[in-house]
Each structure stands twice: as C-alpha cells, then as structure tokens.
Design a binder for this molecule. Structure first.
Ligand SMILES: *[C@@H]1O[C@H](CO)[C@@H](O)[C@H](O)[C@H]1NC(C)=O
Ligand SMILES: *[C@@H]1O[C@H](CO)[C@@H](O)[C@H](O)[C@H]1NC(C)=O
Length: 235
C-alpha cells in the first residue's frame, strides 16, 4: 500500500518550550483514571472534521475508551484525546495496549510529540485493521511505514511499543520488533518538550488519505470507539 501524503496529527499543546529540562521519570498508567492526564476539550484540527470533547473520553475498569460523537457544536463530529501531564520525556521505551476501531475513517493512535517539531506515532486505521502504521513526523514531513499485523487490531488487546534512541527508533508489536529506522532524524529531548498522548479522530476529507484511513461516515448502528490501557514509559 502506497501513501503519498498523510496529514500531521499535530495537536495544540499549551507549552511547547521549556528552558530547563528535568530528568524524565517512568510512567505507569492503567488508564482507568485520567487523574494524570489532560483531557483535550474544545479544539481539534479542522481537516479532521472533529473536535476533541472531554465527554468522548471514558474511564473504565479496563482502561480508557474514546468514542466518536455526532453532537459536536464545532465540527461534524466530536472525538477525543488524552495527553499525559508529565513533560520533558526522553529516550526510552514507550508502550500501550490498544483495541483499534474498525470503522472506516476512524484513527486510533499513540504518539510522542514535541509540538510542531517531531512526532513518533503508532496509528491504526479502520480502513485496514490488519496493518499498523509506524511513523516519524519531522521537518514537517510524514514518514509512515505500514506493518502487516498477525491479527486484526480491532479484535482484541495488543501491545504496541517503540524504543526511541538518539540514532534510531524501533517499533514492536506484542514484544516482537517489527521495524527499526535510523534514516529519519528526531529532535533530541533536551531541545524540546516531548509529551505522550493518545487520541482517536475521524478522517472526513474525501480527497486526502483515502487509502490510509478511508473516509469516515457515522455508522448506522453502534458507537465508534477505540480502547487504551497500560500506558508505560521506561527511560
Ligand atoms: C508492552 O511491551 C513493552 C515493550 O516490549 C513492555 O515493556 C511492556 O511491559 C508491555 N506491556 C504490557 C502491558 O505487557
Ligand atoms: C536498530 O538499529 C540500530 C542502529 O542500526 C541498532 O543499534 C539497534 O541495535 C537496532 N535495534 C534492534 C532491536 O535491532
């Protein structure tokens, strides 16, 4: 599958720059509580056709569920995003368990982000839940690679992770390395404020990325949703 252009999933985090950098600490979140997260509310890139609403992000005993709603007053749909409160994250291993949405046009993603600068992403799209997109966004360019998954990402929990180092990024699925890249640069952690986030959003533009996520239409039945649990970071 060839993708010529994927739009960046840059979000509008409040503080992009910090003058001093603390050593990062480990993160362990079951995601049953959102106490240590910022729940995005009331914004979202226009091109996604959805705005983040805190009402779309649900706590449960089995982690977090993000649903797509039809009742947005800002955009056609409402969607959800959680940003961990810990700032200045550094090199190390980042992981999460996810169940992707299988609704065409809905994206389920886990990403490390230094706003407007660098992103390391794992994105699952409802267009094809038998592949996972491993991406680095840098120099305003997407560099996605699709990985065939030995399962359907919408059928159950699986562990997705990446190890970020100075000279390479290695992605793993259920503990097996699936990709190792040293051809794309990332801005070093002491030069920007990296934060960890999840989101689920809708691809509504008919022309763009149609073979990546597909075009979202609200299903006749059921509520489109994505699930997340066990977010971890080991410096
Ligand atoms: C997910 O995978 C990462 C990297 O292999 C590992 O460190 C982490 O413990 C795993 N998480 C769970 C919940 O199994
Ligand atoms: C990934 O590539 C880097 C640089 O070539 C290498 O140092 C590292 O050991 C590789 N990691 C894995 C898991 O293969």
């Amino acid at each position: 599958m060839r993708v010529s252009y994927i739009l960046p999933s840059v979000t509008l985090l409040a503080s992009a720059f910090l003058s001093s950098v603390k050593a990062s600490e480990a993160i362990t979140e079951s995601m049953s509580s959102h106490e240590n997260f910022i729940v995005a509310d009331g914004y979202g890139p226009d091109r996604w056709g959805c705005s983040f609403r805190d009402t779309q992000v649900h706590e449960s005993s089995d982690g977090t569920r993000i649903t797509i709603g039809k009742d947005s007053d800002l955009k056609p749909y409402s969607c959800g995003e959680l940003i961990h409160r810990q700032e200045n994250l550094g090199y190390g291993v980042y992981s999460i368990d996810m169940i992707a949405s299988n609704v065409v046009g809905q994206v389920t993603s886990f990403f490390l982000i230094a706003n407007e600068d660098t992103e390391i992403d794992i994105e699952l799209t409802g267009y094809n839940t038998k592949i996972g997109w491993m991406n680095i966004w840098h120099d305003r360019k997407q560099n996605p690679i699709s990985i065939n998954l030995p399962f359907d990402a919408a059928d159950g929990w699986h562990n997705y992770s990446f190890e970020w180092r100075k000279d390479f990024v290695t992605w793993s699925v259920d503990g097996n390395v699936v990709l190792n890249r040293s051809d794309i640069a990332t801005t070093p952690p002491d030069e920007n404020n990296y934060r960890l986030a999840i989101n689920s959003w809708t691809q509504v533009n008919r022309e763009v990325n149609i073979h990546w996520a597909g075009h979202f239409k609200y299903p006749e039945q059921g509520t489109p949703s994505a699930q997340f649990r066990n977010m971890r970071y080991r410096p």
